[in-house]
Write a protein that binds this ligand. Structure first.
Ligand code: GLN
Ligand code: ZN
Length: 762
């Protein structure tokens, strides 16, 4: 009998209860007891929901007050010294301090937060553990054991979830004198042993040990360490299920299958080819858990297809077959039932976390009781909705497909090479050396947000809303003119979000009301859903940019979000490849680019903030991705004449290994985030002899601190050593929407002063 289990459930709550409680606690509006109570209620509710859905073995340890990796750091006592000024055991405030930093005015004199980075190829961010060469580990935190007790008291059969020792070390970073963090493994393992013993005392039978790094290209010493680590853990109590996800095991398959543990979970959504190969490699005593329901997306599973795999697996495995979503459900919204504004048809195609648990359960029932009429009717219903999706004219649009089919290589090429374009652009734009600009957004003030809310709620008319935005644009333009910037922007006041704003105006996108997914801590995002072929019924930004240009004689930059970023920050379709969706987006945005040019806009920026994060986890997939991503950008950008200058912008990026593709994008100007890396990022461009123009960010917009003229001048001089000054622009690291006006004016004023000084030195 296949057992159903879950790898993890979203912790944020269907109404984002955790977010609200955390923020209230941080503000001092509720006390710790109240916060703890919200957590307890959410866990109870989530276990209940999963059990009701038909999950037999429930995860514990997937709840976290901020981030699951951070919870592990506290559990193991991996607490950087700057958070240890108070003697005694760490508490919830230690955890929040590590996550959010401790302000200067706080009791400890201030400590900066731990670094945050993306969890594999998801949009979830974890807190990077900081290891020192003499790092000690000690069991320091009772949360997991308390939560096991809590679940058991409620009568649930649970399976604690741990991040495995190798993945935990891999995800961290060495601090201080250089050393290899893998050397810490021997010191770390005893803590795992202790945890397993404690769990065994709590009568836990199974423990899930997540080792997602098994889906990466691992260096040999890390591979070797797997065997060593699990040989040592073998003697510890509890049955162990090692979980891999997000990609195939590939060359680590033999290694993973052979580990001396009791079970293995594999992701058959991302890597279906692992089945049936895995069956021949798996020792006869081991449980195999198949992840057949996509934990990373919002679509209903093709149950028939999943069932075919399962039946085959059951024949071989019998009771050693387990069934689960492909990965933790942390990455999907909580409950589709909550959505009251989606039409029935669209809704019938979707599944959120609760529905995904139901699908897992239904698949198990279909194995156990294939003849059961309820099962039969559920399967028939699923077949019907798959068929309706496959044939729906809402999804499949001949016009879009015809346009896609008609794309020729020339469509992705500017008319002339950069050198010729550049001469024409210089003649037309007549910019000073080291032209100054910004990345697009200006402060999103409460007044702007209130106006948008009022408009959406129907409390103000379209005309009133437009006027409110026009006055914001006038203000932004006036400030930029006063400061003396060379290339102006309209400030993006009308945009709630750089993806959603465009998605709302494209055909083929749907929106949820409650489809929140945790991004980090209390921050959630509500990704739009691409459900059908994408097209642009009418211009999306034209009126705003035209208005902005009418307010000034200086060049006004048109501001768009690129196809790759639109795709990466949305839930995408699972019925056609990502690259096709990127191409559809490219054509839609290309139309906007052409319209802006026709309206006399001479500079158009196409933001690709997410370009690098689309890279597949394994190197083998990189080139194919880079090829289509680059091509999508070029398709977007190449509908214009030579004299029209195309900018792109990327942030949080590391360019060394993708510089060739960045160059192949052939944007006339690229602006990047560099200030925090002290211009080191430019090395990649220098080494590659990157031919086009570059605007390395000269100050960090994530902080309210106003950078000094000298700081920026120093950075600019460094940049000018690496990049010929004729090709250098001056701008901040990213958009200014999270800043206030006062600091923005001051910072940009200093940036312009630094530019004037450097111009004097040229
Ligand atoms: N144009 C956008 C802005 O300025 C870019 C944001 C981003 O790169 N994340 O807000
Ligand atoms: Zn940016």
């Amino acid at each position: 009998m296949a057992l159903t289990h879950n790898l993890g459930f979203p912790r944020i709550g269907r109404d984002r209860e955790l977010k609200k409680a955390l923020e209230a606690y941080w503000k001092g509006d509720i006390d710790q007891a109240a916060l703890l109570e919200v957590g307890r209620r959410l866990r109870a509710e989530h276990w209940h929901l999963q059990q009701q859905a038909g999950i037999e073995l429930l995860p514990v340890g997937d709840f976290a007050w901020y981030d699951q990796v951070l919870t592990h750091s506290l559990t193991f006592g991996v607490i950087p010294e700057r958070f240890q000024r108070h003697a005694g055991t760490p508490d919830l405030d230690t955890l929040f301090g590590m996550a959010r930093g401790v302000s200067q005015s706080g009791c400890c004199g201030g400590a900066h937060a731990e670094e945050m980075t993306k969890w594999f190829d998801t949009n979830y961010h974890y807190l990077v553990p900081e290891f020192s060469a003499d790092q000690q580990f000690a069991l320091n935190w009772e949360q997991l054991f308390d939560e096991v007790t809590e679940a058991q008291a409620l009568g649930y059969r649970v399976k604690p979830v741990l991040i495995g020792p190798l993945s935990y070390l891999w995800l961290g970073k060495e601090k201080g004198s250089p050393f290899n963090r893998l050397a810490l493994l021997e010191r770390l393992l005893p803590v795992y042993g202790e945890i397993l013993q404690r769990l065994a005392e709590q009568n836990v039978e199974w423990v899930q040990i997540d080792e997602p790094i098994l889906s990466l290209d691992l260096p040999q010493d890390w591979k070797n360490a797997f065997e060593r680590a699990y040989n040592l853990l073998q003697k510890e109590p509890c049955k162990k299920l090692v979980a891999s996800y997000f990609a195939g095991l590939e060359e680590n398959l033999g290694l993973a299958a052979g580990l001396p543990v009791d079970g293995l979970h594999i992701d058959l959504v991302r890597a279906p080819e692992q089945f049936p190969a895995i069956l021949d490699r798996l020792p006869a005593y081991k449980v195999l858990s198949l992840g057949l329901v996509n934990g990373r997306n919002v679509w209903r599973t093709d149950l028939q297809q999943a069932l075919t795999v399962l039946q085959q697996a059951e024949e071989r495995l019998g009771p050693r077959l387990w069934l689960a979503p492909s990965c933790s459900l942390l990455h999907c919204p909580v409950d589709l039932q909550r959505e009251d504004q989606l039409d029935d048809e669209l809704k019938s195609w979707l599944a959120f976390a609760v529905q995904k648990c139901e699908e897992v359960a239904l698949l198990a029932r279909a194995l156990r009781q294939p003849e059961c009429p309820e099962v039969q009717s559920a399967l028939a219903q699923n077949r019907a909705l798959q068929a309706s999706r496959a044939a729906s004219p809402r999804i499949h649009k001949p016009q879009v497909q015809a346009r896609l089919a008609a794309i020729t290589p020339a469509d992705s090429r500017r008319q002339s090479p950069f050198a010729m374009r550049s001469a024409q652009q210089r003649a037309r734009l007549d910019l000073p050396p080291l032209p100054t600009t910004t990345i697009g957004s200006f402060p999103q003030t409460p007044a702007i947000r209130l106006a948008r809310q009022a408009f959406k709620a129907g409390r103000i008319s379209a005309a009133e809303y437009t006027e409110a935005m026009h006055s914001e644009i006038r203000h932004a333009v006036a400030v930029q003119e006063q400061l003396g910037l060379d290339v102006l922007v309209h400030g993006e006041a009308e945009r709630n979000d750089m993806v959603e704003y465009f998605a709302e105006q494209l055909d083929g996108y749907a929106f949820t009301r409650y489809g929140w997914v945790q991004s980090y801590g209390s921050r959630c995002v509500k990704p739009a859903i691409i459900y059908g072929d994408l097209s642009r019924p009418q211009p999306m930004t034209l009126d705003w940019i035209r208005f902005a240009q009418s307010c000034t004689d200086k060049p006004m930059k048109g501001m768009l979000t690129g196809p790759v970023t639109m795709l990466m920050w949305s839930f995408s379709r699972d019925d056609i490849p990502r690259e096709q969706q990127a191409r559809q987006l490219a054509l839609a945005i290309r139309d906007e680019v052409v319209d802006l040019e026709a309206a006399g806009i001479g500079i158009i920026q196409i933001d690709e903030a997410a370009f690098r994060e689309g890279l597949p986890l394994r190197r083998a997939g990189w080139q194919a991705y880079l090829d289509w991503a680059t091509e999508a950008f070029r398709l977007t950008a190449s509908g214009v004449r030579d004299e029209t200058q195309i900018h792109t912008h990327m942030c949080y990026s590391e360019f060394n290994d993708v510089i060739e593709s960045i160059a192949a994008m052939d944007a006339d100007v690229i602006t990047i985030e560099t200030s925090r890396s002290d211009m080191e990022l430019l090395q990649a461009f220098e080494r590659f002899d990157y031919p086009n123009e570059i605007g390395p960010g000269v100050y960090d917009i994530h902080s309210p601190r106003v950078p000094a003229v000298e700081d920026m001048l120093r950075l600019l001089r460094k940049a000018a050593e690496r990049i010929a000054p004729e090709r250098l622009w001056v701008n901040p690291d990213c958009g200014l929407k999270t800043r206030g006006w006062e600091e923005t004016r001051a910072a940009l004023g200093n940036m312009l002063e630094a530019t004037r000084q450097l111009r004097g030195e040229l």
